[in-house]
Design a protein around this ligand. Structure first.
Ligand code: UDP
Ligand code: MG
Length: 320
């Protein structure tokens, strides 16, 4: 391993993909050497138990440009990407899945789009997907929702094949299952030149998919978190406090009106309904209580923010 900055870092998260690795490594090496690009390949073994790490070790001993990180247990694809991003030294960072569904032949063009066309991030688009139909339709829905909510025009947010300017991967924190929303995280961090490239996709050759039906539920909840964090992450009071105030005022004023109306009618000997006979009264009380609780949630959010270590973490682009 040498210490000069390589042109490209290829970051490959893997979980039980031992059969694919030698083929993948040889293919990446061939493409990058032919393209005259210097590179490093970082394999992150996400707690495999099929001997994948032994394969990575062997590859690293044969090729000084191969590096590896091994997790003691399975933490998930986002954690693997996070550590890969942390270790990546290349000017351009490419991520790809280990299962040979993404083609290394795409790398030189992705590299060119970052270095020459000036993109911060280029996402692959598996226009022709070779996955079961039970995966393609939920994915379409997922992408349409993510597009609508984030305003980023990508067709395939979750594509494993992506290219980044080095600065981008050092500025974002991928956790939980957030790897699906890296373009949104990048946008939040201020990297707005986001491009897309149609990429070849192949059917899985070895092993099986590591994600099941629960990905839809997690994906949906994560999208809500990401959007919430991007709009109100630094000031939760604006959300909870705003909503709480509206509910409180609405409930409070309505309760006063109901009570005043009753007292007025009673004192003028008119027909009146007891306050507790009016369903609206209880709804308004509920609104008052919920309003206070929402306000409290906002307040707690602010307190947590105040104590958090990254409340003053701003991304400084340049200093003179
Ligand atoms: N992966 C991982 N940790 C996990 C699950 C998956 O590192 O807990 C890796 C996996 O080995 C593969 C990539 O993430 O390289 C994409 O996973 P998979 O091919 O199963 O997803 P799909 O193609 O079905 O979306
Ligand atoms: Mg796959």
């Amino acid at each position: 391993m040498n210490n000069t900055t390589p042109d490209i870092s290829v970051v490959v998260p893997l979980f039980n993909e031992s059969e694919s690795l030698p083929e993948l490594e040889a293919w990446i090496r061939k493409v990058l050497q032919n393209g005259g690009l210097s590179y490093e390949i970082i394999f992150i073994d996400d707690g495999s138990n099929d001997g994948s790490w032994d394969v990575v070790r062997k590859l690293a001993s044969e090729n000084p440009d191969v590096r590896g990180i091994s997790f003691r247990r399975n933490y998930g694809k986002s954690a693997a990407l996070y550590c890969g991003f942390d270790a990546a030294r290349g000017n351009v960072v490419i991520t790809m899945d280990a299962d040979l569904q993404d083609s290394p032949d795409e790398i030189p063009e992705l590299y060119r789009m970052i270095t020459e066309d000036g993109y911060d991030l280029v996402s692959g688009w598996k226009k022709q997907r070779h996955d079961p139909i039970g995966k393609r339709w939920p994915s379409k829905l997922f992408n349409a929702t993510a597009r609508a909510m984030s305003g980023i025009h990508l067709h395939d947010f979750n594509c494993g094949l992506k290219a980044y300017r080095n600065k981008v991967v050092k500025s974002i924190e991928v956790y939980g299952e957030m790897h699906r929303y890296i373009p949104i995280l990048a946008q939040n961090a201020g990297f707005t030149r986001i491009g897309e490239k149609v990429v070849h996709h192949r059917a899985r050759k070895y092993g099986h998919s590591k994600f099941g039906w629960e990905r839809a539920i997690k994906g949906y909840l994560d999208l809500i978190s990401v959007m919430f964090m991007s709009h109100f992450g630094r000031s939760p009071m604006y959300f909870f406090g705003g909503l709480g105030t509206i509910m409180f005022l609405f409930g409070f004023i309505a309760v006063i009106v109901i009570i005043a109306q009753k007292l007025y009618r009673q004192s003028h000997d008119m027909i009146f309904r007891p306050v507790t006979d009016q369903p609206l009264f209880f709804l308004c009380l509920l609104a008052v209580v919920l309003g206070v609780l929402l306000f409290l949630a906002g307040f707690l959010g602010e307190l947590i923010n105040r104590n958090s270590t990254d409340r003053n973490r701003y991304l400084i682009d340049e200093r003179l």
